[in-house]
Structure formats: structure tokens, C-alpha cells
Design a protein around this ligand. Sequence first.
Ligand code: ADP
Ligand code: MG
Length: 701
Amino acid sequence: MEETKKIPELYGSLVFNDKVMREKLPKDVYKALRKTIDNNAHFELDVANSVAVAMKEWAVENGATHFTHWFQPMTGATAEKHDSFISPDDKGQVIMEFAGKELVKGEPDASSFPSGGLRATFEARGYTAWDPTSPAFIKDKTLYIPTAFCSYSGEALDKKTPLLRSMEALSKEATKVLNLLGNKEVTSVSTTVGPEQEYFLIDKEDYAKRKDLIFTGRTLLGAMPPKGQEMEDHYFGTLKTRVSEYMHDLDMELWKLGIPAKTKHNEVAPCQHELAPVFDTTNAAVDHNQLTMELMKKVAEKHGFVCLLHEKPFAGINGSGKHNNWSLSTNTGINLLEPGKSPAENTQFLVFLTAVIKAVDDYADLLRLSVATPGNDHRLGANEAPPAVVSMFLGDELTAVVESIENDTFFNRMDKVQMETGATVLPHFFKDNTDRNRTSPFAFTGNKFEFRMLGSSLSVAGPNVILNTAVAESLAGFYDELKDVAKDKLDDAVHELVKKTLIEHKRIIFNGDGYTDEWIEEAKKRGLPNLKSTPDALPVFIADKNVKLFTKHGIFTESEINSRYEILLENYNKTIHIEAKTLADMLYHQFLPGVEGYMNELADTIIKKKQALPGVSCKAEESALSKVSHAYDSIYELTGKLTEDTAKAELIEDSLKQADYYKDTIIGDMEAIRVIADATEEIIPEDALPYPNYGKILFYV
Ligand code: ADP
Ligand code: MG
């Protein structure tokens, strides 16, 4: 009771938010900072100095002793280096200090972060630059300042910089189109994101015994338990006390940081759960999601759990994803993907809807690329997540609207309520409340799109960079087509443009079951890309049309694109390499010795039985021994092959060729071993192996 009463007070209590800024900053400084946050206006150093003083005061009052520039390098995790506020004076005492220049700029050594060749080794310096649009916060007695991270020569080395650039590009293009359509009050448009985050919670002790979980985040061996998720009794099931206490604690920690955690429930797989926050501006949502993932892990420790964010911790059991709910909202507070009440609003809605449809079709390859990670390769197309083919779900009503525009027919609402006719030729309709398609990679859900291909551990920055940029490009094209049209012809021109665009791009719309083979066939006929794995998807990054897109909108320079392409390839190769080494390690040091022990026991039993009872049958023991011994031989031989192949992989110089080799040869080797090893695990004693099996991990929490 006491605790819950205080939640409004607790919420955001560790954030340097608007309320604190208003209280702590001189009026003119507050105004200048607000202008920077709301309109991307530049600010001067004296403003920064003033903000720094207030920030430090507030941070020290709230127990902070240090500050850190918090950034998001290409590792996908976050990085930080802590400096204390103390500054010694000449009398041997200290004062707490924090200057504007320390707030605005940091100079971490960049040499140990992935740069994909961007940063020459002799120039190790990197810069972090304050991002005032994401509020500073206190964690572990440290003031965290969200920053962008770039090289000495100004090239982006992080995930935030391109995201901010893409948000600006979209804002610019969307505003131009809105103004042209007569919506003159709009001066900026921001994108909003609500990421739904899936995760597993398992017991800390089980985790500690499994090298595969420790080194790779997923199990590389493990037979299915007698019960899996077939009873479908976990989804939305009652929360176990220990789990519910964890979730409560997590909510509290998130709320203190102003992260609006809202929904929590059990997911499909045993031990799997989900958390969804209320949506926010993309930039804040990305930072918040990074913090959420970090806190999920940290709070788990306190409760004796380990939180697994890997996309596929257990073979045969559903993996974890992240749904990126996305929309556009004007500075006047209008959600542009909300079907309107008046025909004019409808026009606006249809223009933006069409822009998204065109964007997803034109850049389906990039959207696929943006979710490509070795972990996610286990999910996409495995009938638990959308296929690797990007398509869009619009729902019955919107599809009917689209068809009526395409065919110039009168749109009738399905429930026979007469549509409203207005000044424009575009139809009036209501928010779609029909069935929600769970198999679609990119679904319209009433007033937003839900991009469902993301893996659970991915930073949501990347996919949103692509979405924002691709939609900015559609809108830029629309603007060019409409800008010289006479005012009295604008309605017709918009109608024609929407119609033409829909006809051109309707192949991307698919409302059926995305899990079926028929759809994959059909998608092929429609010419939609099917990039099955990360190495298949990565070259898309450097394709001409995509380089053109990024450079036109100022999202990436060519060298930034090439560096990121290299980093992604390197990351893929390293990940599979570590998995292969871990598997060989477990086989040589744990699995094979375990099987050996069992073979010994069987052999002993046979000998002893025969001694005790001459002439007795040892058929069962002999058959077991022979089976296990065959398996032992095969696994031993295949592990040798895996080790040799892994060594060969290291010699391949071209990183794309290396990635293909890891994908085809190494993953193939690993799968071949796993088939035999998992079958063997099913027929040996439980305690033959020094680590817990799936049944123990998944059903004893
Ligand atoms: P689901 O059935 O998929 O859980 P919800 O309606 O609960 O759907 O929404 C899921 C997520 O979508 C939440 O994080 C929510 O805040 C977010 N969301 C809602 N509206 C928007 C919007 N306009 N822009 C971005 N995200 C949104
Ligand atoms: Mg959802």
C-alpha cells in the first residue's frame, strides 16, 4: 500500500526530466534547452554551462558521485566510462564540479570498439556528444548522459547518430508533404516506438552449469523434455510468485528511470515472458529499451534468476522476439496513421499509409537486413516468427479501401453503414477492428504498424533507421510529384498519386498465413526478396540503390556504410566461431566423458552379471552399450571435423566468403553433431552429464 501510493512520486524520480529542468534552470536557459529538444535548435556553451551546474546539483542531491557519457557502440550493448565530479583544490580539499564542456563532449578511447576500418589505429580518439533529446538519469550513483559516439573525423561509430539523422530526415519530408496538403500548423513530425520485449528467466544455478549459455547465450545441445509447449498452458498463464516478484521489482526500477513499463505476461514457451512499455519518441524508446534489457538482467540476479535475451535459447522451444510498434506523430499531436474522422483527415492518413506501403516494398531488403543477426536466423522462417520474406498485413477493411481506390469503385463499409462522402474522392472509413494477423512481419494494427521480425536482443535503433529513412524517401517522392500542382487540382492529383502508388506496390500486401509454404512460393512469384540468413542479407547494405538512399538523406556516408557492413559480417563470423568452439569444448570435456562413464558402467555390469550368473543374458545392456558406443564414435569423429573446419574458417580472408563458410559448413557440422548427441542424451542416465537438461531448466523455476 505504502509503496503503491508513492508510485507517481517514484516515477521518473531518477530522471533529469522537464519538471526538474523547469525547477532547476534559469528561465532563459530552460527556454533555450527546450528549443533544442523540441526543434533541434543549436545551443551555445553558456547554456550548456548553466545546464551542467543544475544537472550536477540535482545529481549530487540524489546521491550521485560520478557522471558518465553513455553511448551505444556497434557492439549492440551500451558503453560508459565513469568520471567523478570531484576536483581537488590547492588546500588538499575537493569540490564537486561539472562544466558545460564536460556535459557537451567526451573523448573516450575509441580503439576497442568496432569501427569496421573507419578509425585508423593511430587515431584512437573518439568523441561522445550530448544528446539533449534523451533525458539524463541516475543509475548506480552515477549521472548518465545519453550521447552519440563518433570518430575523430566525425563519422558515426554508434547506433544513435544515424537514428537521430533518420528522424530528422523523416520529419523534414513529412512536414513538407503535410504543409503541401494544407496542414500548415505542423512544423515537425516525430516517429514513435513501443517495443514489446520477450525474455526467458531461468535459475541462476542451472545457468552457471551450462557453458553454452555462458559463452553463447543459447544451448548448443539438449534433447526435448517429455513436455514442451504443446499444451499451450504458459501463454498468459498465472505468474509464479518468484517470477511475479521479479516483475514487480523490475517495474519499480524501470519506473524510477521514467521508463513507462506497462504490460507484462507469460509468453508461449515455458519460462518465457514479455514486457511492453507505453510508446515514446523513437530516440527515447531506443534508449529505454537498452536500459530495460540491462535492468532485466540485473534485477534477475537479485532474484536468483538469469535473464536470457538470446533469440533462441532452446531448440524446439519458441524463441524470443521484439515487436517494434511504430507510428508518426505531428508536433500538433496528431497520429498520422490514425484513420481520420473527416474526409480531409482521411486523405492525410491515406497518403501516409501509402508512403509506408511504398517504403516497405521498395526497401523490403533493407528491413530484412536490419533484423539480421545470427541469433535471429534461428527464428525467422521457423514457424514461430514471421518468415524471412517481408510483407504487409493491412486487415480486411483497409484492404477493401485500397482495392476501392485502385478500381475507382465506391467503398462500402462491411457492416453496411454508409460511408461519408466529402469534398475528396477518397473514401471515409473507420479504424480496422478485424482479426489481428500474428504471422505477418509488418502488420497494420489500427493506428500504427507493428514490425515483428526483430530478435529479442537487438537494439531497436537499426530497424527504425531503415523505416524512417525509407518512409522519408517515399514522402520526398510524393512531394516532388505534387509540389507544382495547382491548388484546385490538388485533390485529384493526390488521388491519382495514391492510386498509382498502391497499384505499383500492392504485391507487398499479404493478409494470409505467413507461415505456409504456399506463401513463400507466392512471394517468389511476386518478386519479393527471401533472404534466408544473415550472410544472405548483409550484402543488401552495400547495394547501389540502398547506398543512394542513405547518402541522399544524409543517414550514412559511403564509408560509414562500408564500415557497418564489415562490422556486421565480423560479428556474424565471430558469433558462429565462438559457438563452434564452445560446442567442441562441451563435447570433449563434458558430453563424451559423460557417455564414456555410462559405457563403463554398462561394461562393468555386463562383466559382473556374467560372473555372478554364468550363462545369463545381457541383451539389454549389450544393446545399450552398442548403441551408445556407436554414437560415441560418430560424435567423436564429427567433433574432430568441426574442430578442423573451424580452424579452416579462420584462414578465409574475405569476410563474406567466411560468413558463407560459417553458415554452410560450420553450422552444418554443429547440426549433424547435435542430432546424434540429443538422441544419445535421451538414452543415458540424467546424471551422466554435468549440466542440467532442458526439462530441469524449463520446468523447475
Ligand atoms: P499488442 O496486442 O500487440 O500487445 P498493444 O495495443 O498493447 O498491442 O500495443 C503494443 C505496443 O504498441 C505498446 O508498447 C504501445 O505503447 C505501442 N503503441 C501504441 N500506440 C502506438 C503509437 N502510436 N506509436 C508507437 N507505438 C504505439
Ligand atoms: Mg504485439
